[in-house]
Write a protein that binds this ligand. Structure first.
Ligand SMILES: [Zn+2]
Ligand SMILES: [Zn+2]
Length: 72
C-alpha cells in the first residue's frame, strides 16, 4: 500500500478550487507552496444532501425499537 497523504483523495485544495487549477493534492500543494498560499482542504466534496441522513436516523430508530422488542 503506497503511503500517500490522505488529502490526495480530497481533490483540490480551496485555493486550487477557487482558481480551478490542477491541485497536486499534497499539503501544501505545489501551487500553494509556490505562491505561499495557505493550503487548506475543506474536506470531501459535500454533494450529499442532508436529507439523505434522515432515512438513516429512522432506520436506526426502527432498529432500536426492534432490538428492544427482541429483548436484545
Ligand atoms: Zn492545491
Ligand atoms: Zn493548496
Amino acid at each position: 500500500m503506497p503511503k500517500h497523504t490522505r488529502q490526495s483523495k480530497l481533490g483540490a485544495c480551496t485555493e486550487c478550487q477557487k482558481r480551478k487549477s490542477k491541485c497536486s493534492g499534497s499539503a501544501p500543494c505545489s501551487y500553494c507552496a509556490r505562491s505561499s498560499k495557505p493550503c487548506t482542504f475543506s474536506g470531501p466534496p459535500q454533494r450529499t444532501p442532508l436529507t439523505r441522513q434522515a432515512p438513516m436516523s429512522w432506520f436506526k430508530e426502527a432498529a432500536r425499537k426492534a432490538e428492544s422488542q427482541l429483548g436484545l
